[in-house]
Design a protein around this ligand. Sequence first.
Ligand SMILES: *[C@@H]1O[C@H](CO)[C@@H](O)[C@H](O)[C@H]1NC(C)=O
Ligand SMILES: *[C@@H]1O[C@H](CO)[C@@H](O)[C@H](O)[C@H]1NC(C)=O
Ligand SMILES: *[C@@H]1O[C@H](CO)[C@@H](O)[C@H](O)[C@H]1NC(C)=O
Ligand SMILES: *[C@@H]1O[C@H](CO)[C@@H](O)[C@H](O)[C@H]1NC(C)=O
Ligand SMILES: *[C@@H]1O[C@H](CO)[C@@H](O)[C@H](O)[C@H]1NC(C)=O
Ligand SMILES: *[C@@H]1O[C@H](CO)[C@@H](O)[C@H](O)[C@H]1NC(C)=O
Ligand SMILES: *[C@@H]1O[C@H](CO)[C@@H](O)[C@H](O)[C@H]1NC(C)=O
Ligand SMILES: *[C@@H]1O[C@H](CO)[C@@H](O)[C@H](O)[C@H]1NC(C)=O
Length: 719
Amino acid sequence: MSLCTTLLLSFLVVQTHTFDFQGGLMTFMPVKRHSNGTISVSFHYKESYRGPCAHQLSWGCGSGDCGQTILAGVTDADKDVSDQRLWCQSEGLILRSLPSDEPFTLRDTGCCWVSNLNNAVDWTLVTTVDMGTRSDTHNLNKSPVMTTVPTIRIAQNCFTTFPLLSHDPDGDQVRCRFEQANTCEKNSCLQHPNFTLNETLCTLQMNNTPSIGVHVFKMVVEDYPTQAITLSYSNGDSSVRNPLDLSVNNSNLVPLSQLPLHFAVEIGSPLATCGSGVVRPQFLFPTPVHGDVHYAVLGQPLTLTLRAQATDSLIYDFQLSGPYNMTKNSFQNDSNGIVQVYVTWTPQENDVFQHLPVCFTAETRESQSEMRCIVVIVERDTLLSVDADISCMDSTISMTLPKDRMQGVEASQLHLKDPTCSLYSNETHIMATFSLSSCGTQILDNGDHIMFKNEINSVKETSVITRRNLVKIPFSCSYPKQAYVSANFRNHKSDYVFTETGFGSFSFSFDFYTDNTFQSKIAPTSYPVEVKLLDKIHVGIHGHSSLSNLVLFVDSCKATPDDNPNNALFYDIIKNGCALDETLIISPGNKTEFKFEIQAFKFSGEFEEVYISCSVIMCDATSSQSRCAQGCVSNPISRRKRELLFQTHKHIITQGPLQLQRHTSSISDRSSSANQSLNAGTLVFAGLFVAAVLVLAGVMVYYRRSIKPLDRTYLLSSS
Ligand SMILES: *[C@@H]1O[C@H](CO)[C@@H](O)[C@H](O)[C@H]1NC(C)=O
Ligand SMILES: *[C@@H]1O[C@H](CO)[C@@H](O)[C@H](O)[C@H]1NC(C)=O
Ligand SMILES: *[C@@H]1O[C@H](CO)[C@@H](O)[C@H](O)[C@H]1NC(C)=O
Ligand SMILES: *[C@@H]1O[C@H](CO)[C@@H](O)[C@H](O)[C@H]1NC(C)=O
Ligand SMILES: *[C@@H]1O[C@H](CO)[C@@H](O)[C@H](O)[C@H]1NC(C)=O
Ligand SMILES: *[C@@H]1O[C@H](CO)[C@@H](O)[C@H](O)[C@H]1NC(C)=O
Ligand SMILES: *[C@@H]1O[C@H](CO)[C@@H](O)[C@H](O)[C@H]1NC(C)=O
Ligand SMILES: *[C@@H]1O[C@H](CO)[C@@H](O)[C@H](O)[C@H]1NC(C)=O
């Protein structure tokens, strides 16, 4: 062995003794006040590393009387077992006995941060604990709960916002802020000119392109009461705590507690596309949604499903930062780049009534999904959870629960995710019906379907005691993404809702209007819409989105005799953004609306109804390359991948039916028409006509101009 290799080896041996620190945090929770005045408090802390795990944190007393440690332990909670060894997080638990309820601080300092752009080397973590009795809950204060996954990686071009968990078990206002110059030691304060922090949402936002590399964030998390309260101490003292008001100078405001939250964000090289689900993993239903609250029961396993997709990359693991003993099981690798893992955890006696944070991400070699965090609340008693009977309608969800399975629960105690949406009941059932866009319904994506999820919860108790069971019944409806409403459904179709990366959730409404002012829609109850031939039909399409800079583009519209937009029998009204029908008049509208009128027509033969289907796109209004910016082009250039960022996919929306008034029609006649036997003559005629149109449709591609008048005479029946 050469000298060189030996030196290299000894160098490596030395190197393994330093660990790449990537963050640390601590939270606390009072466990019990004993009759002799001592208080036991549990502290949970986490330390994160790139590479192998280490147990470097060693908490000392910073100020006040910190009491003594009764129990302490630390374990490696989650690590990257691949050759990349990107992350490892260990979790520590300390149980301390305090002689009194006076405030004190725990403190840890250490070295060395992973190499970073901020030149951060040392850290100082400080936790301020105050065990005074709160005047509002008559209890000891609980700290906010929080965690982050150990390694946070975001591609430079994909960083927009980074939400951290912000939850307080007492319902206090949580504030996240950067360490202040007067509290942080030896120039360790870090400036972040390219990020802004929303202190009350605990969300980092980019305000300039951050440099590639590791950015270190040293933050303090505090809780403030929502109304002024008094803390009283066993020695007879008391002190007031005031709510946070960010519009004034808060530098003298004292929080209930202060926690350290240090973490690193690695800004990586730009990805070809930020569209999640392609290279960057995207979470799919039923993965819990960021901010969700889940309940667990002492001794009963809680299972969460994490499911994610990256079609053009390989998801090899999930990072998980949860309570002690939470484990990932049975990694499953499905088709289309979809992977899934079950996370299980069984609460122990010490966990009862705790609010425990869980954060997770999906990992590929080159990137990471968004980080989602939830809170698990541990209860001692059985949760009441029964299967609700769910009906998924076109635009509403109906839910019924049998009362006999819900002993001691009244409808008045229950509400949907939006607490203003209550339930009602008859003698035997508890019920609710609400639209897909109301009552806090969340829109989620599972790859092939859009899921609408809501849940029934019991009303939050405001009194000091409770005699009621907790209720939590999550339920959801799923709809195919390319939503063609059931062929049996004859009435007006409600809004079409889609979710896409970069565009969030957006919807299209498609309506017929009474006249060319486009002021009043024809009521959904009046469908099918009766029209006379050669009448004007007024059509309006609206795109709805919470994003303000979108523009709607109607790529094509065609008429079909039923609500299948792919029916072989069709008539083009607009194609590739170009008007084809000569009676078409487009009315001016704003960026997100498209209004037109057209003369009524009918498909010749035994076709009484006409449906209109349009293919619509929403684009970023500022892009000059999007399909929307191109307008009418006979041969639209197929989209390059980069342009995916500026426009949504094409979505087909259908409305109808328009029904041609017949001279002899009557109500009873019309309602039975579906079952009427056709006479042989019309059948033959209809068959011939379909063939004729098919031929024409084929020919039209080449001779559209010359045959158009002919085409219209076939379609118009001037009865
Ligand atoms: C107070 O009571 C607790 C629980 O009964 C006990 O563990 C602790 O040692 C006692 N402390 C003192 C100072 O007596
Ligand atoms: C933080 O977000 C909240 C909620 O969106 C908003 O009301 C508040 O103005 C934001 N604060 C800052 C400083 O942007
Ligand atoms: C902040 O943004 C500016 C402009 O994009 C860049 O020059 C600078 O390096 C960035 N600094 C950091 C620390 O990201
Ligand atoms: C807030 O008040 C403190 C002292 O009361 C002062 O030192 C500080 O500069 C003030 N901060 C702002 C932003 O006005
Ligand atoms: C998942 O499946 C793909 C293709 O079948 C395979 O290449 C990959 O190694 C699998 N990944 C894991 C973690 O099993
Ligand atoms: C972790 O799990 C082990 C085995 O199931 C159990 O003995 C231990 O008490 C658990 N620890 C905690 C802190 O829940
Ligand atoms: C209560 O409503 C449910 C659901 O609509 C129904 O099935 C049940 O028969 C009703 N019970 C009574 C007593 O009306
Ligand atoms: C377009 O007009 C409709 C009403 O006709 C309105 O609801 C919508 O907000 C407008 N959109 C924009 C982008 O101005």
